[in-house]
Write a protein that binds this ligand. Structure first.
Ligand SMILES: [Zn+2]
Length: 670
């Protein structure tokens, strides 16, 4: 702790050092608290981060020798590293610590770091120094980095005259308040539905048994996903699903319509202050697709490919629906989730339960690590380090003598822990010997065949999240923290993970670890069946996603509509194969309208890139180490040092095209 105090003193002393040494940084970042005695320990570490950031800020703005790469940009880059590493580390505490107090302390620090981060983004003092750096003679990656940093500052409004800058700041503060309000409205608006036990026919017995019958013989369901999802999938009653879909689709309505109206209005004003015609234009500038026109073209082109496949999907759905509901004229909005597994069973003879016996957690865990070793020629060994819970394991990834990265697996549920799956980067690597650290936080079953059987979808999720980890590790040797690991464009970030998902649909890979309790390897025919079933409903699913992408884009390109629900349904239904009924108010609980604003398309665009990247593997061999090495070197290892478009071009030898997406989707026509 000595170093921290000294740095803090340096920040307030009269002579400000031009840079703070990287050795000190290493004492702050990358080492997690594994057994904090109380929230004060987490708070104290947060103070250290903030003090380190402040030390560098003071050095940056107070430098007397003029701006330079070796002082100004180094300080800026280290501030960024501290903010990013700190956000990761404290998010980890928020997600995994044992008590609410400790988790809250983690959350509080992420808020404090967020506030510092936006203050830096709007600091004219910092911007002026950065903009004064003479980059002539710097290497290409440094010039690219500097250009990106400067354009980021300009988009934040920092270069504006003072009055306008003040307004931008006020708008940002308001937007961040509205963002919390929107999320809170969704979380708090839990609606309920009273049903008779008979209406729950079709649901698993343990689901029904866990829900008590009240004095009037009724069961109360709520819009929490633990009730909603099973009911929409398994309940045989169309009427129940329709009533449930109606209340579910109106969560946070009408209160969030007002919130969204303010968000859209403020974003439009922000775009205007920055001289852009609309918010979509502004938000897209630093993305791969770059302009609203290109996003619109993507949506249109993808829909042209997806629509005929979706028509075929709909026909298949209808064929099964007519057997189950002889008088059905069309597939209804509240029937799709319930019908899909029935079609998979009827037409593809595929039952996800059949594959489950081959995926014991322990085997899957080992299998994913071994796949990484086989593909990328690395070695993964246990990392001897303290952990925060007995369920957590730690690994070190080596390439010969070099340590590529270190990571934690916190993969099993426990009370109070984060309930989804994500990868948290904790420490960005550099060429100077900073070794990347990350954590996978998930909720997978635990153990061998007796306790740890996983759904195939869970296996896919685990490999997907681990794909983000690999990106962070392999991309972790850069000169600048700000270009390390997953610092690529937002609309590229999911592509490597989405591509990697294909390996758990590959028989040769599954054969290395997917065995049942009797030791029998997963049958090839079952893997083939699984692949055929995978292709089903992709057309309809993509049309839905394109509809949502259109909603997200249009709200940020047009004046705020008089009725948000009418507008949202109109934009979505241009693409949906099963249109939303008039009672759907999807906008109010569509939190992505806040978090993703105009760029919900990124999910589908990442899929397009992933399908295209995969073509080189399907041609040269999914388990071909030379291809994997080329991919590692040309894409993953470049981190954020080049525009993603150039990474993909380098690996494929051409621009991204929709051809691979078309071929992938049209598998659903067979
Ligand atoms: Zn992901």
């Amino acid at each position: 702790m000595k170093t921290f105090t000294m740095t803090l003193l340096a920040a307030t002393a009269l002579t400000v050092p031009a840079t703070v040494s990287a050795a000190e940084l290493r004492e702050v970042m990358g080492t997690v608290l594994t057994a904090p005695a109380g929230p004060e320990v987490i708070n104290a570490k947060c103070d250290v981060y903030l003090a380190e950031i402040e030390a560098r800020r003071t050095a940056l703005v107070g430098a007397t020798g003029g701006a330079s790469i070796d002082t100004t940009l180094v300080n800026f880059d280290q501030m960024l590293a501290l903010i990013n590493a700190g956000s990761g580390e404290f998010t980890l505490y928020q997600q995994v610590m044992d008590t609410q107090e400790l988790r809250d302390a983690g959350a509080d620090c992420t808020v404090r770091l967020g506030a510092v981060s936006s203050a830096i983004g709007l600091s004219r003092e910092i911007y002026d120094q950065i903009a004064a750096i003479d980059a002539a003679g710097a290497d290409e990656q440094t010039r690219f980095y500097l250009a990106e940093v400067i354009s980021g500052f300009e988009r934040s409004g920092v270069a504006l005259a003072e009055q306008e800058r003040t307004r931008v700041q006020a708008i940002n503060e308001e937007l961040s308040q509205l963002s919390s309000t929107m999320a809170r409205n969704i979380a708090e608006d839990v609606r309920s539905l009273r049903v008779t036990p008979a209406e729950l026919a079709g649901l698993p017995e343990d689901f029904i048994a866990a829900r008590p019958v009240d004095g009037e013989g009724m069961i109360t369901l709520t819009t929490a996903s633990t009730d909603y999802q099973p009911v929409m999938r398994y309940a045989e009653s169309d009427d129940l699903r329709r009533r449930f879909a109606e209340i579910y689709s109106q969560r946070a309505y009408p209160q969030n319509d007002e919130v969204l109206r303010q968000i859209f209005t403020l974003r439009q004003e922000l775009a205007g202050l920055l001289g852009r015609p609309d918010y979509a234009t502004l938000i897209l500038e630093d993305k791969m697709l770059a302009t609203p026109e290109r996003v619109e073209a993507l949506i249109t082109d993808m829909a042209e490919i997806a629509r005929p496949v979706a028509v075929r999907d709909l026909e298949r759905n209808m064929a099964v629906l007519r057997e189950l509901r002889p008088d059905a004229e069309r597939l209804e909005y509240w029937q799709t989730g319930w019908l899909s597994p029935k079609v998979q069973a009827a037409l593809y003879d595929y039952n996800p339960q059949e594959t489950r016996q081959y995926f014991a957690y322990d085997d899957v865990n080992a299998g994913i690590l071994r796949l990484t070793e086989d593909l990328f020629g690395v070695q993964i060994v246990p990392w001897d380090t303290p952990v925060w819970h007995e369920d957590v394991s730690a690994y070190e990834m080596r390439d010969g003598d070099q340590v590529v990265g270190r990571f934690y697996f916190d993969n099993h549920p426990r009370p109070g822990k984060y309930t989804h799956a994500n990868m948290i980067p904790i420490y960005p690597g550099t060429l100077d010997g900073d070794i990347p650290v990350g954590a996978l936080v998930q909720n997978m079953p635990k153990g061998d065949h007796s306790t740890g059987l996983m759904e195939h979808s869970q296996v896919t999720t685990m490999l997907h999240e681990f794909g983000h980890m690999l990106h962070g590790m392999f991309g972790g040797r850069q000169r600048w923290f700000g270009q390390s690991g997953i610092t690529t464009e937002w609309d590229f970030v999911e592509a490597p993970s989405q591509m990697l998902e294909n390996w758990v649909y590959d028989y040769d890979t599954l054969a290395t670890f997917a065995v049942n309790a009797a030791g029998e390897t997963i049958p090839r025919e079952l893997v083939e069946k699984m692949n055929r079933a995978r292709a089903f409903n992709q057309g309809m699913g993509d049309m839905t996603q394109l509809g949502y992408s259109n909603v997200s884009l249009q709200f940020h390109q047009n004046p705020v509509p008089a009725d948000l629900g009418v507008a949202a349904r109109g934009w979505a239904n241009q693409y949906l194969m099963v249109p939303m009924p008039d009672w759907v108010q999807m906008q109010s609980s569509f939190n992505h309208l806040d978090g993703y604003s105009a760029i919900y398309y990124t999910y589908r665009w990442s899929k397009v890139i992933a399908d295209d990247l995969l073509t080189r593997f399907t041609t040269e061999g999914l388990r071909n180490p030379a291809t994997a090495r080329a991919y590692r070197e040309m894409v993953l290892e470049r981190g954020g040092t080049l525009p993603a478009t150039e990474l993909v071009q380098a690996f494929l030898g051409r621009d991204v095209s929709l051809d691979a997406y078309r071929i992938e989707l049209e598998k659903g026509l067979n």
